[in-house]
Design a protein around this ligand. Structure first.
Ligand code: PEP
Ligand code: MG
Length: 564
């Protein structure tokens, strides 16, 4: 034998070979677990383009450009440039691709309605990327060759071969979130075979791929020591995550619940209120919505822990910024338009990610914390009364100083006690914090005296630890990666020697004052195999990732044991 090379194989082929070799007694399960790259799992689950159609599109010069492959899967549809249009077209039964410069929480409903999302700006943890992965939508971000004119409803694409192509609202495009490619025209897509089995379209016994997948995933669970949770904020996502093997929710971002239907109007009413009484009146209207959502989530996650984070984003993300929408809001709410303009102007910040957000909101507006905690505990009581077990973990975001945490903890405890007294029922719950501000990592020993758990918010910890904006860093990060300053995008794979060191410090300090502190990670790194290896090594107990990365994380956690 002169030379050997690993045979190139697709994810599905690697899986089949590994499983069949175990069955034939050629290798053991542990070897099989190392032979399948966890990163190949999303492509096994994601919808795909017909390969011949894709080749044809390239031949016909319909290949437009390539961006960052932020959410795997293939999607085709009519281009829309705003969220409303995506929703409107969905009602008419039309498929769309939502194209934006970048997305914000205002776009959630449109992202949900669209088949896929394409943005000109943003990196792997930009809003579009995080939300799309959470929704399992194909998504391409940071496509700098796009010049998007949202108001005029067109985009100009500078293609790699030097052409400038204009794409207007209503034109068909196709995006491949597995590769980052963007093509003109509509390409045929189909769901993966495993997905069809999970959806019950194909019986499990009829699919060899699905059988191999289930077997392989079972082996990962025999080996791994890290628990795998999910980031989910709807009962539907919670159910999906459970199907993929999630062992609880590591992050429920409650703000996502405020955008649906008429909730956003009530949220806006709360934000625009200028007295505590008026704010409490609006919050009272939001309470039943939150309670119902939590009931659904607790039921879907019955018997498993659910970490619910209190409101985090800056309030300006919930209000309109253009005259038209402000006018609509004035009409709907009966509030004077000038007053709305002034309030919205006052909410603007130069650096919103470093501004009035996280627990800082709860400190200024304790009534928001009170409403959210009431909703959580009332929901837990309701589910418990049905004979189901619930384990809520209430999480305070963006803590940097112990006093911020204590301030919120006192409100949480007092509210929970009141609700439990009213209901004459006790529920076990814990209170902990995110560690996402570098200062919190450095004073983790103080915080751990009060906090029962730490969940590392490595998105913000990377942003604040490295001083790189989550939304804008891609501009220079490309150069940094090309020049080899960093091996991988630090928002995708944790910067082990810098940000990772902050995590290590916090673990060590936290354990000093609370040896049994529960430790996990809920930033996007929780779904990245290389970061998972690191988190396993430094002693975290769980990682939490989007429902569709749970299988990746299970495989990566098993590998971490075998290769660690
Ligand atoms: C984080 O910062 O890592 C985190 C999970 O919170 P968010 O992404 O919502 O800021
Ligand atoms: Mg954060």
């Amino acid at each position: 034998m002169l030379q050997t090379r690993s045979g190139k194989r697709t994810g599905v082929a690697a899986l089949r070979m590994a499983v069949e070799m175990v069955e034939e007694g050629l290798i053991d399960k542990r070897t099989a677990l190392i032979r399948v790259d966890p990163e190949s799992i999303p492509s096994m689950l994601a919808p795909v383009f017909d390969l011949d159609e894709k080749k044809k599109a390239v031949k016909e010069k319909r290949y437009l450009t390539k961006g960052l492959n932020a959410g795997p899967g293939a999607a085709s549809g009519k281009v829309v440039f705003d969220s409303w249009n995506a929703q409107h077209k969905k009602i008419k039964g039309e498929k769309t691709i939502l194209v934006r410069m970048e997305t914000s929480p205002e776009d959630i409903a449109g992202m949900e309605a669209a088949e896929g999302i394409l943005t000109a700006r943003g990196g792997m943890t930009s809003h579009a990327a995080v939300v799309a992965r959470g929704m399992n939508k194909p998504c391409v971000v940071g496509c700098s060759a796009l010049h998007v004119e949202e108001r005029s409803q067109f985009m100009a694409v500078a293609t790699e071969d030097g052409r400038s192509v204009i794409v207007r609202e209503g034109d068909f495009i196709s995006i491949d979130g597995t590769t980052g490619e963007v093509l003109l025209g509509s390409l045929q897509t189909k769901p993966s075979e495993i997905q069809q089995v999970l959806d019950g379209v194909i019986p499990g016994d009829d699919s060899q791929i699905a059988k191999n997948f289930t077997k392989f995933m079972g082996w990962t669970d025999e080996v791994r020591t890290l628990q795998i949770r999910t980031n989910a904020d709807t009962p539907r996502d919670s159910r999906i995550a459970r199907i993929f093997g999630a062992q609880g929710i590591g992050l429920c971002r409650t703000e996502h619940m405020f955008f649906e239907g008429e909730r956003i109007s009530v949220m806006q009413e709360m934000i625009l209120a200028d007295t505590v009484e008026a704010r409490e009146k609006a919050l009272a209207k939001l309470l039943p919505y939150q309670r119902e959502d939590f009931i659904g989530i607790f039921e879907a996650m019955e018997g498993l822990p659910v970490t619910i984070r209190l409101l985090d984003p800056p309030l300006h993300e919930f209000v309109p910024h253009d005259e038209g929408h402000m006018g609509e809001l004035a009409q709907k709410s009966g509030i004077d338009l000038d007053k709305i303009r002034i309030r919205i102007e006052a909410l603007k910040e130069q650096n919103p990610m470093l501004g009035h957000r996280g627990c800082r909101l709860g400190v200024t507006y304790p009534e928001i914390t009170r409403m959210q905690v009431r909703a959580i505990i009332e929901a837990a009581v309701a589910v418990k009364k049905k004979g189901k077990s619930v384990y809520p973990e209430i999480m305070v975001p963006l803590v940097g100083h112990i006093k911020e945490f204590v301030h919120q903890k006192e409100i949480i405890e007092a509210t929970a006690q009141t609700v439990m007294r009213e209901a004459n029922t006790r529920v076990d719950f814990t209170i902990g914090t995110m560690i996402e501000v570098p200062r919190a990592a450095l004073v983790a020993d103080q915080i751990a005296v009060e906090a029962k758990f730490f969940s590392f918010g490595t998105n913000d910890l990377t942003q604040m630890g490295m001083g790189f904006s989550r939304d804008d860093a891609d501009k220079f990060l490309r150069d940094y990666l090309r020049l080899g300053f960093y091996e991988r995008n630090p928002f995708q794979s944790i910067d082990q020697e810098g940000v990772g060191e902050l995590v290590k410090i916090a673990i060590e300090k936290g354990r000093k004052t609370r040896p049994d502190i529960k430790l996990g990670v809920c930033g996007e790194h929780g779904g990245d195999p290389t970061s998972i290896m690191f988190f396993h090594k430094i002693g975290l107990q769980y990682v939490s990732c989007s429902p569709f990365r749970v299988a990746v994380a299970r495989a990566a956690a098993a590998r971490a044991v075998l290769l660690g």
